[in-house]
Structures are given as structure tokens and as C-alpha cells.
Design a binder for this molecule. Structure first.
Ligand code: HEM
Length: 509
């Protein structure tokens, strides 16, 4: 891993679940029995897992089509997807995390990691790179009334054997249950309060669904319910309980579920290439800003995140970090060292399920003549140079959010400062554009649009101000990301969140 990477955003959502800089992704499933609909008869963690399953299982391995691609959003009217409230609530929660760096399909996969882990289950590794479908896929989600042969064929078509199928169903049905308002013929009661659970440990991702089934004291209505809709019974017994018996060992259950659920979320169209599993990054700059403040100085501020999970065993957190940096010509200058101190808000610590991170912050004024092109991170006896060349910082084009503005939610002006010797290079912003379709939850596609930037003619010291104006969707105006491009240099994944609002744009100095 070298910083920056396009997966930084997903890594943040995955590992900064609580504390400082938290992204709050697990808030939708925390505690494990919680539901964003606030109904005691719904279970968010179960809904997230079921949503990923219904999306993935229609994959066709031979043609390479379908899989975890969020096409389920266009398939809600199919009988095989009965119980759409949980599916739509899931997409609804994820939609606020969607960006050009986080597809809905990747968020579905991340949702399986998050819900399983929140409920005390194993780590289901998360790989990134899924691409969202913009239209429905083929049908093929087995229903409780589907006969065993057809069910097996549907799993086989998606690439799963009989033993895989049994394990996948057992793992999935560790959480949640059947809703009477959607399946009254199965629960025997069409009220919203009718929600028989699959096992007695609803708030726990564990193998009670297996052991209670084998002990014949299960509450799972897909086992003990009406004969034509007892699909779990048919599936669990299809190999004479051989697979189920192996899952009575809690460790086997955990490792089997981690593996089969990962294969489920990694079931993607053949055109998709997934990254390696996203692991917690060791040293990661965060919220880095370099901007022009006056004719002589640049303001450089931000945070450095240090993974403390292992380091804490060696002692307390480092008192401070030293960031020796290189000037704009790539030369180490003797006095060029920034000190970063532990952030104090919320103790400055960010929390994942299995990791914790200490944040350090800094803010300094650097003469424009010197500027900065990269820095290293040093503390105790450690020195980190991001794989050799340091952590890169672009001083050729500077993001100027405090001169940028968003008027009437839609009229956006992006301002940047371009070094005077680079004003003739092509300069533009690549703006994230979300498209919505009536009746479909979340953005259906996210693309980027080129916004040309022109010189404003205003010069401040070594830099010239550029601006580009465009119209954005009012629903997303304040949540728009963009890259700034000047020649070969790209300042990536900036956000409109810090733009000025009101009725007129700020004066460019
Ligand atoms: C032949 C295979 C399967 C059938 C027929 C089936 C059927 C069902 C039915 C009828 C429900 C009730 C839905 C509701 O009322 O909201 C349900 C719930 C659920 N299913 Fe399955 N399922 C199958 C496989 C799977 C698999 C492989 C997974 C995941 C790996 C899974 C995960 C879940 C979860 C988590 C719930 C609980 C949802 C909630 O409580 O909101 N299912 N399933």
C-alpha cells in the first residue's frame, strides 16, 4: 500500500467505525438487534446480509453476468424478492456513503463484513472494485417453495456446490427471521409483530441455528413451518445433515461462514476485478489541505493516523510526530520539519472492530518559495517514507475551498490556485455526478464530468487563481467530490462540504 489510493475512502468507512473521524457505518446495525426503522420487529444486521445475498445469488457463472452489483435495486417488484422493506432500508442507509470511490455494490460487501462483525461473527474479508449495474439482471433467487433440485441448480449456476449452499443458508440464517406481513403463509400470522427468529440467539452471529436444528428444538419456521415452504429443512437435510453436523463445532462454523460469505460477496460480473483484501493502513494522512493564504505563504494542515493496535503493546502513544518534508524542488531543507500533536477531541482515537488508531494534527504556514512536495513520518525509533518517496503533496495546483462556493444548492464555483509557471497547462475539475431514477434507492450511477477552469487574472505571489463554474443537483450539491487537474498533476477527492454558501461567492483576494 502506498498513499494515496482510491481505496482510502472505503478503508476509512471499514475501519473508522467509532471515535475520532468516525464514519459511523456500523451505526445502522449497532447493537446487533438494532434497526434503522426503529421497529423491534426488524433486524438491520440481518437485512444487510439478506440484501447482499439476494443481489449476489442471481450470478450466472458461465456467462459471467450478474452477481453483487446492486442490480437488486431494479428487481424489487419480483416475487422472489418479497420482503422489500429490509432491502430498501439497507440501500437507503448505504446511499449516504455512495461516492465515486464507493459503489453501492462495494458498500453491500462492506455491509456483510460490518453486520457479521457487529454481531460477534468472524471477519469476512472485504475486497473492493465492484461496479454498479444500471438495469436489472436475470431472475433466480430461490423461494421457500422452490423444490430442492431447482434450488440446487440456482446455487450451482452462481458457482456454489450443494455443501456451499447448505453452509451459506446456515450462516445467513444465523440472524433475523421471517416476517409475517410478508410471509403470512409461513408464520401463520400476517401482523407486523409476527417475526419468528431463525434461532434463540438473534443478536449473535453463532451456530445456534445449526445446533437447535439438529437438536430438533429449532424455532426456524423455514424448518418447522408448512411443508411446501420449509426450504431450510429441505436444504439442511439434502446431504443427510452431513454439512450441518460439521457446523456444530463453533470454530468450524466461524471459519466456514467467513469463507462462504466472502465467496458470496466476491461473486461479481466477470468484467469486475477486485482488489486484494482491504487491510487497515498503518500510517495514513487524513484530511490534508494545502492552500494559498497570502502573497507569501501556503497553509498546510491535516492529520496523521497511526495504527496503534500492535504498537500499544510497546508502550503509550508517541507524544508527537515529526514530519520532515521536502521543498517544491524535491530537496530536503534543514529547517523543514513539522510537529504533529495528538488530537484531543475524543482522545484523538479512531476505532474499528479489531483496530484502533491515534490521530495527530498539525497546521503550519510554509513560505510559497519553499512549498512542500512530500513528507515522511517519524516517531520513537520509527521512520516511514510511504514506500520510498515520502507522502506526496501537490503544490502545483492548490484547492481553495474557502474561495469556492455553492449558491442556491446548485450553482457551484470551484476555485484553485495554479503556480504561475503552470497557467498554460490544461486545468479543470473532474466533478462527481450522481444520477437518480424515480423509485430506485440511492444513486443509480456515479460518473465524473469535466469542468473547465479558466484564469481569473488575479495573481497572488507565485500563484494565479483559476475558477470553473457548473450546475449541480441540489440533492448532492454539498456532498460533491472532485479532483483538480493541472497538466499531469491531480489533487484527488476533494469535497464541496467546505464551500461557502449564501447568495454570492467570496471575493478572490
Ligand atoms: C434457498 C435459499 C433461501 C431461502 C428460500 C431463503 C428464504 C428466506 C425467507 C423467506 C426469509 C424471510 C424474509 C423476511 O421475512 O424478511 C429469509 C430471511 C433471511 N435470509 Fe434467507 N433464504 C435463503 C438463503 C439465504 C442465504 C444464503 C442467506 C445469506 C447468506 C440468507 C439470509 C437471510 C437473512 C439474514 C434473513 C433474515 C432477514 C431479516 O430478519 O430481516 N438467506 N430467508
Amino acid at each position: 500500500y502506498t498513499w494515496p489510493s482510491w481505496t482510502d475512502e472505503l478503508e476509512d468507512i471499514m475501519y473508522l467505525q467509532g471515535g475520532f473521524f468516525h464514519r459511523g457505518f456500523h451505526d445502522g446495525v449497532s447493537p446487533c438487534t438494532f434497526s434503522t426503522s426503529r421497529s423491534p420487529f426488524r433486524n438491520g444486521a440481518a437485512e444487510w446480509i439478506r440484501t447482499a445475498y439476494h443481489d449476489a445469488i442471481t450470478h450466472d457463472k458461465s456467462s459471467g453476468q450478474g452477481g453483487l452489483d446492486a442490480s437488486l435495486r431494479f428487481e424489487m417488484d419480483r416475487k422472489e424478492n418479497t420482503g422489500t422493506q429490509g432491502l430498501n432500508d439497507t440501500f437507503g442507509f448505504f446511499s449516504s456513503y455512495q461516492s465515486i470511490r464507493a459503489s453501492m455494490a462495494d458498500l453491500l460487501a462492506l455491509g456483510v463484513y460490518t453486520s457479521v462483525r457487529e454481531c460477534g461473527g468472524p471477519v469476512v474479508q472485504f475486497r473492493a472494485g465492484r461496479i454498479d449495474a444500471t438495469s436489472p439482471n436475470e431472475q433466480g433467487v430461490p423461494e421457500p417453495t422452490t423444490d430442492l433440485d431447482t434450488t440446487k441448480q440456482q446455487f450451482a449456476k452462481a458457482g456454489f456446490s450443494e455443501a456451499d449452499m447448505i453452509a451459506m443458508v446456515a450462516c445467513g440464517h444465523s440472524l433475523g427471521g421471517v416476517h409475517g406481513n410478508d410471509f403470512p403463509e409461513i408464520t401463520g400470522n400476517n401482523s407486523e409483530q409476527s417475526f419468528p427468529k431463525f434461532d434463540s440467539t438473534n443478536g449473535q452471529f453463532d451456530n445456534a441455528v445449526v445446533t437447535e436444528y439438529l437438536a430438533s428444538n429449532t424455532t426456524n419456521v423455514l424448518v418447522i413451518g408448512p411443508h411446501d415452504s420449509n426450504s431450510d429443512m429441505r436444504i439442511f437435510t439434502s446431504d443427510h445433515n452431513a454439512t450441518m453436523r460439521t457446523l456444530t463445532n463453533p470454530n468450524t462454523f466461524r471459519t466456514t461462514c467467513a469463507s462462504i460469505l466472502q465467496r458470496m460477496v466476491d461473486t461479481v460480473p466477470s468484467t469486475v476485478t477486485l482488489t486484494d483484501p482491504i487491510l487497515p493502513v498503518d500510517i495514513k494522512p487524513a484530511s490534508i489541505k494545502l492552500s494559498l493564504t497570502n502573497a507569501t505563504h501556503l497553509r498546510f494542515e491535516g492529520y496523521i493516523r497511526i495504527r496503534m493496535t500492535e504498537r500499544q503493546k510497546q508502550g503509550p502513544i508517541p507524544e508527537q510526530l515529526e514530519l520532515p518534508y521536502k521543498d517544491r524542488n524535491g530537496n530536503q531543507c534543514p529547517a523543514c520539519v513539522i510537529t504533529a500533536k495528538p488530537s484531543t477531541f475524543q482522545g484523538g482515537s479512531g476505532l474499528g472492530f479489531d483496530d484502533w488508531f491515534q490521530f495527530y494534527e498539525f497546521g503550519v504556514d510554509i513560505p510559497s518559495q519553499i512549498a512542500i512536495s512530500s513528507f515522511n513520518v517519524e516517531f520513537n525509533d520509527e521512520s516511514h517514507d510511504n514506500g520510498g518517496n515520502g507522502f506526496p503533496i501537490h503544490h502545483e495546483i492548490l484547492d481553495q475551498p474557502s474561495q469556492s462556493c455553492l449558491l442556491n444548492l446548485t450553482d457551484m464555483t470551484i476555485v484553485a490556485a495554479v503556480r504561475n509557471d503552470r497557467v498554460n497547462l490544461p486545468t479543470y475539475a473532474d466533478l462527481e455526478v450522481k444520477e437518480f431514477t424515480q423509485g430506485v434507492v440511492g444513486a443509480v450511477s456515479i460518473t465524473s464530468r469535466k469542468v473547465e477552469m479558466q484564469s481569473t487574472g488575479k495573481v497572488l505571489g507565485d500563484y494565479t487563481f483559476f475558477s470553473g463554474r457548473t450546475t449541480v443537483d441540489a440533492r448532492t450539491g454539498w456532498f460533491t467530490h472532485y479532483d483538480l487537474v493541472n497538466g499531469e498533476v491531480k489533487v484527488e477527492f476533494r469535497s464541496s462540504a467546505l464551500f461557502q454558501g449564501g447568495t454570492s461567492c467570496p471575493q478572490i483576494p
